[in-house]
Design a protein around this ligand. Sequence first.
Ligand code: PMP
Ligand code: GLN
Length: 382
Amino acid sequence: TVSRLPNVGTTIFSVMSALAAETGAVNLGQGFPDFECDPALVDAVTAAMKEGHNQYPPMPGVPALRQAMADKMLALYGHRCDPATEITVTAGATQAILTAILAVVHPGDEVIVLEPCYDSYVPNIELVGGVVVRVALTPGSFRPDFSAIEAAITPRTRALIINSPHNPSGQVWSEADMLALQDLLAPTNILLISDEVYEHMVFDGEQHQSAARFPGLASRAFIISSFGKTYHVTGWKVGTVIAPALLMSEFRKVHQFNVFTVNTPMQHALSAYLTNPAPYRDLPAFYQRKRDLFRDGLASTRFRLLPGQGTYFQCVGIEGLTVAERELPEADFCQWLTREIGVAAIPLSAFYGNGFDQRVIRFCFAKRDDTLQAALARLAKL
Ligand code: PMP
Ligand code: GLN
């Protein structure tokens, strides 16, 4: 076969969004807000364009944006990083993750992923000829299982990918989890790719435990963020990667031939905006209210609510929900829910390499209240 990814089709997110559009369903599938970002941010892009910021920026990104990111990392996580050598602006987290893997994973190297995981990780590893080593998060709770991770480590393990707050489960790793990981990796040369795109969506008084807070992790990590999530602009595709200078120099070798640079006016707009902590400081309360509204509405349905302290996703169990007296697989259930009930969701099986089906589906609550109410009114029929 000519295909480098023979087992990959169209991502579930595109498939479910297309089905929702086709059927007129309320789209709680793909993760993106259905409300607008701060108009000041849009004005700042226009202003940057009018000021003539329309040519290539420096390869690693607009210096003011890298400086603002460095200041934020120090203020929030006590992590000092040099914007000249340790921060690169990327075309969203997706490009950052692929570029990090391209930069450090050799053919035959093993990369550990914790399933369920975001659907780009595995194809990214396969594209570079790496060997995917799948370790399950604890079934039911989605907590990290450090003895299983330890058992998966071999002399060929090159990297481990983690993601907290976690898509799809909404679980947030604790300080104890991060310390356990730091201890586990201490005697190894394993690199860490820490996908922290939901860092500002943590609820119930919990704290995001960035790898940046832990020197033994930060010294071996690519720490990945996305402005799309934090500022309600998923279509902008701007993020950052932070890594120690030696790792970053490898990252930039690939980045310069991958995208070279990321769009200039958005970087200018974001650099001024990022110096104000209010938007990301207020985000937990903003999303916690939506999560609670959505959970309260679901409480009277037959869905089983799973706990979650982060991200803009809510998972629910569908055991006991029969369709024509049949228990459908998750993916078929989501198709049915979209077509017949008019609400789109994502099956958790999409986050597993072997399509593992545990009768759980994911809803996105990054929606206007009236959208959530409309979805709840339809789901109340179940
Ligand atoms: N990682 C995770 C866990 C995500 O949920 C997403 C967003 N869907 C990404 C990475 C990609 O982020 P971006 O849109 O910035 O590429
Ligand atoms: N990360 C988003 C989600 O999990 C989707 C991004 C995408 O469509 N690739 O829903």
